[in-house]
Ligand binder design. Structure first.
Ligand code: NAD
Length: 229
């Protein structure tokens, strides 16, 4: 099977009802990104940060995968697919994709502030100050905040080896190091970019830009790719 990489940003989940950050004018659900997604924000007001991610986690129960997530999962019938996502939601999993690398963490997981290898899936949606790991460390959202190390980059870079195709869906390609993965695609790897601003985002002559929303454009692109096999 040909190796195919799906690289997604917040745009793939937008039509499921999870807002992107960049389209909201620099505010994420009304918050400055540094307040809710940085180690400084956590030090300043951990209750606010916990509450912010509690609401994001609760929202996961109210949203569903959309036609783009389902179409991308269908690619596995004909390709060796790895999904590399910047998203912290679980919509690719729920649509049926099986190999997923979450570069920026996962909403449903939490980890210890004192023992970072202690990572668990939270029962329910609420995490509070005072909820501790077995070693006594405060639990925090398992999210890569701005300025923190993207530990999954190594696995993502490795996944690109030998890839013959890459689909970039709903990403502004402005959040680094994640966005750098597109430039790391092997020579000869065909790259498609689906985004309402695809033409403007195309920063590489190897990219074929498809302008439109994920649910409008991804199912047709997937059907086209399934016919190529
Ligand atoms: P981003 O940099 O990936 O930008 C969002 C992109 O989505 C933009 O290019 C926009 O044009 C595109 N887009 C908007 N609506 C679309 C649609 N219907 N179909 C296809 N594309 C569409 O992401 P961001 O919003 O700047 O977020 C930065 C980081 O914050 C993410 O990398 C992620 O870690 C986190 N985040 C996650 C989620 C999620 O898990 N669903 C949502 C918001 C932010």
């Amino acid at each position: 099977m040909k190796k195919l990489i799906v690289f997604t940003g917040a745009g793939v989940s937008a039509e499921s009802g999870i807002k992107t950050f960049r389209d909201a004018g620099g505010l994420w659900e009304g918050h400055d990104i540094i307040e809710v997604a940085s180690p400084e924000g956590w030090r300043k007001n951990p209750e606010l940060v916990q509450n912010f991610y509690n609401l994001r986690r609760k929202q996961l129960h109210e949203v569903k995968p959309n036609a783009a997530h389902y179409a991308l999962a269908k690619l596995e019938t004909a390709y060796d697919v790895t999904v590399i996502t910047q998203n912290v939601d679980d919509l690719h999993e729920r649509a049926g994709s099986s190999k997923i690398i979450h570069l920026h963490g996962e909403l449903k997981k939490v980890r210890s502030t004192t023992h970072p290898n202690y990572v668990i899936t939270l029962d329910g949606w609420e995490l509070k100050m005072g909820d501790l790991c077995p070693h006594g460390g405060q639990l925090r959202p398992h999210i890569v905040w701005f300025g923190e190390l993207v530990t999954e980059m190594d696995r993502a870079t490795k996944a690109l080896e030998g890839a013959e195709m890459m689909l970039v869906i709903g990403s502004s390609l402005q959040v680094y190091p994640a966005a750098g993965l597109v430039g790391m695609a092997p020579a000869g790897c065909k790259i498609y970019l689906v985004d309402p601003h695809a033409e403007a985002l195309k920063n590489n002559s190897r990219i074929e830009a498809i302008t439109g929303s994920a649910t409008q454009k991804v199912p047709d692109l997937v059907e086209f790719l399934l016919k190529q096999v």
